[in-house]
Design a protein around this ligand. Structure first.
Ligand SMILES: *Cc1c(COP(=O)(O)O)cnc(C)c1O
Length: 363
């Protein structure tokens, strides 16, 4: 008898995407495990979604023309430079599928966003992880050195999930000068709205200047629409046409399209909420330092605790104190900035734990 159908053999070796813990049914907890916005959508966003629900028997606008136009307007860009998708992770998957054939390599920083190695492998490419440098920062010289004639793309995550560090303008420019023009540089800016460091790389300017730069952005974090799955890429028109041609048809659903447009209409509110999160971040960072902890300089809505082998135990204790955090076994714990009380619950726990000398940055 012929063996039963199976999917690709290599799927058995796919890394598993572990979503942030959710509170058990009926239990209240601060969810600081997925870098979500702690603020619910505004009344205007909710009413746009409710109104659009009346037409759910219809397919959405496949080109998401209204949303693309609104983004183009906000960013002062030609709409031909924007491609939207079902969350920026789906846009990244489309980029990698469109860029790579089996045997191609994709260089990426590690530790970074856990979706990267999965998306690279599913696209049929070979991932080339490059360890982060001191302080949880990208090691861009090592990433440039990892490029071979098989490399099709390099992923840069700034701010980096889960360490929160940014790549500076200077670092980004020397890196781009070292990368061959035929290699795509994907800069994932999921947390760009929380960046306050003036030295951080200006992705939009770099994407305008370098033809091989593609930016990824999302409505999931600063815009607080993680549940609706809307993300986009900014790149030169030729690449955007390729993305539109290869993306899942109707990838951005009708509710996501109207919600994102409504959120774009209240940019001031979005910025005000980001500013509150950034203020909280700075307060939490100062308390951590006061308690003797060295944490990487975060420019995002989360911070990284270098807890090594104690990571899972810490996350369990945090859950007992009512705060869900994201532990990476054997490595560290990522804590999102959320409501003040939730941040304080984690801080209270952190100050009772000591940073082990072994976990301190060497050098
Ligand atoms: C959260 C996150 C995203 C956003 O993904 P969506 O699919 O748009 O929700 C993208 N990149 C990184 C690094 C993230 O942490």
């Amino acid at each position: 008898m012929a063996p039963a159908f199976r999917f690709r053999a290599d799927l058995a070796s796919l890394p598993v995407y572990v979503p942030g813990q959710r509170p058990p049914a009926g239990m209240a907890a601060y969810k600081l495990s997925s870098n979500e916005n702690p603020y619910p959508p505004s009344a205007a966003v909710i009413s746009a979604v409710v109104d659009a629900a009346a037409d759910l028997n219809r397919y959405p606008d496949m080109a998401a023309g209204g949303l693309v136009a609104a983004l183009a307007d906000m960013l002062a860009l030609d709409p031909e430079r924007i491609a939207v998708g079902n969350g920026s992770v789906a846009v990244l998957e489309t980029v990698l599928r469109a860029a790579c054939v089996p045997g191609d390599e994709v260089v990426y920083p590690w530790r970074s966003f856990e979706a990267y190695p999965i998306a690279i492998q599913v696209a049929g490419a070979t991932g080339v992880p490059v360890p982060l440098a001191e302080g949880g920062r990208h090691d861009l010289p090592a990433m440039a050195a990892a490029i071979t004639d098989r490399t099709r793309a390099v992923l840069v995550c700034s701010p980096n999930n889960p360490t929160g560090t940014v790549v500076s303008e200077e670092e980004m420019r020397s890196f781009l000068a070292a990368v061959p023009r035929e290699v795509l540089v994907v800069i994932d800016e999921a947390y760009v709205d929380f960046v306050t460091d003036d030295d951080a790389g200006d992705g939009l300017a770099l994407a305008a200047e370098f033809k091989n730069v593609l930016l990824l952005r999302t409505f999931s974090k600063a815009y607080g629409l993680a549940g609706l799955r809307v993300g986009y890429a900014i790149a030169r028109p030729r690449l955007v046409r390729g993305l539109r041609a290869t993306a899942t048809p109707f990838g951005v659903n009708a509710l996501g399209q109207v919600a994102a447009q409504a959120a774009l209409r209240e940019a001031d509110d979005v910025a005000a909420r980001c500013a509150r999160i950034v203020t909280e971040r700075e307060r939490v960072l100062a308390s951590l330092r006061e308690a003797g902890w060295q944490v990487p300089r975060t420019e995002a809505n989360f911070y990284w605790l270098d807890l090594g082998r104690r990571s899972l135990t810490f996350a369990r204790e945090a859950a007992t104190s009512g705060a869900l955090v994201r532990a990476f076994d054997g490595d560290g714990v990522r804590v999102s900035i959320g409501e003040r009380e939730g941040n304080d619950a984690v801080l209270e726990l952190v100050t009772r734990w000591q940073q082990t000398p072994a976990a301190l940055p060497t050098a």
